[in-house]
Design a protein around this ligand. Structure first.
Ligand SMILES: Nc1nc2c(ncn2[C@@H]2O[C@H](COP(=O)(O)OP(=O)(O)OP(=O)(O)O)[C@@H](O)[C@H]2O)c(=O)[nH]1
Ligand SMILES: [Mg+2]
Length: 312
């Protein structure tokens, strides 16, 4: 083939390809583009509290397979708190999170405009970030215990129009911890310490009131329920607070865990920034659940700051 024929063929091929691509592109813009309209606008109404709750799927089995301590595994609960901390660090408009057992609720401030308040975007980001952080931080809390299979969390968005609705929602979740934890503490003491079978323990607790379970724990096992760790009895509230991070009294805004009664008026008075004009409050040493010891969730954040400062 001489050079001019070769050149002609190559040009011809390029032209044909270009025409084919042009047809493809114009079809993408005209004939197919209509499918975009099937995506509906799911933006959330303005001026309502947005709550996203994630909950572990099948954690009854997950906790068994991973041999969680019964009824409460402190490390596993701290891992949940760590995953929630990651979500709060990413989404600055979350003013409060509340966690217990295998669930976490995230409260976005009413005025948030994050992702134009698009419901599915918010829900999927929060749920997937929570899950990936749970997996990534597993070794930091669970030590040598291997993760046997990928955990998974469902998520939902719930909207609350009034402050009272929001408070009632959080009170509902905290009342749930109280009911479940008192039952589970009595149940597992009967099984693990008194040697009852699961069925016998269940039968013994059937129809009992809170006072009966408190009495049973005290008289049979010498346990004063109110002396158990507050994290187990009240769940964990995560707030943004300014915390002293070094000897020079320098402060940084961190995510701090507290285990107070959300149900009481006192909580909302003490943390008045939550329902008022929002700005992070100060971390009060009285809020330390373990006396002098800084909660591990905070000391780890401070250690990371020090590491960052050293590297920069
Ligand atoms: N031993 C132990 N189990 C825990 C702990 N935290 C959560 N769980 C388990 O996780 C379960 C969480 O309750 P649910 O969310 O109602 O149960 P689930 O099996 O996750 O069911 P779905 O959420 O409907 O998928 C509890 O019933 C416990 O079995 C813990 O600290 N220790
Ligand atoms: Mg669950």
């Amino acid at each position: 083939m001489n050079l001019s024929i070769k050149l002609f063929n190559s040009l011809n091929l390029q032209l044909k390809t270009k025409r084919f691509l042009n047809i493809g592109i114009s079809m993408a813009c005209s004939r197919y583009e209509y499918v975009k309209d099937y995506e509906r606008d799911d933006s959330i109404l303005p001026n309502v509290w947005i709550v996203i709750r994630v909950d572990g799927k099948g954690f009854h089995k997950f906790s068994k397979v991973h041999d969680f301590e019964k009824p409460n595994d402190e490390k596993a609960l701290n891992l949940m708190n760590n995953a929630a901390q990651t979500v709060m660090e990413e989404f600055r408009d979350i003013i409060l999170s509340y966690g217990q057992s295998d669930e976490y609720s995230f409260v976005f401030r009413k005025e948030t405009n994050v992702f134009n308040r698009r419901s599915s975007k918010l829900l999927s980001y929060v749920t997937s970030l929570f899950t990936s952080s749970y997996v990534m931080n597993w070794p930091n809390w669970m030590g040598d215990k291997k993760l046997q299979y990928p955990p998974c969390f469902d998520g939902r968005v719930v909207l609350y129009p009034s402050d009272q609705n929001l408070r009632d929602y959080l009170s509902w979740r905290q009342a749930d911890v109280h009911i479940n934890n008192l039952y589970n503490t009595a149940f597992w003491n009967l099984v693990l310490k008194a040697g009852l079978t699961n069925q016998q323990a269940e039968a013994e607790l059937r129809g009992t009131f809170s006072a009966d379970k408190n009495e049973l724990l005290f008289s049979r096992f010498g346990i004063n329920y109110n002396d158990l760790p507050a994290m187990f009895r009240k769940g964990t509230i995560l707030l943004r607070k300014k915390v002293v991070v070094n000897k020079d009294n320098a402060k940084r805004q961190l995510i701090v865990p507290i285990h107070e009664d959300l149900i009481r008026e006192k909580f909302w008075k003490t943390h008045s920034e939550l329902l008022g004009k929002y700005k992070p409050g100060e971390y009060d040493d009285d809020e330390r659940p373990n006396g002098d010891k800084l909660p591990e969730l905070i000391s780890r954040q401070i250690a990371n700051i020090k590491l960052d400062d050293k590297e920069s």
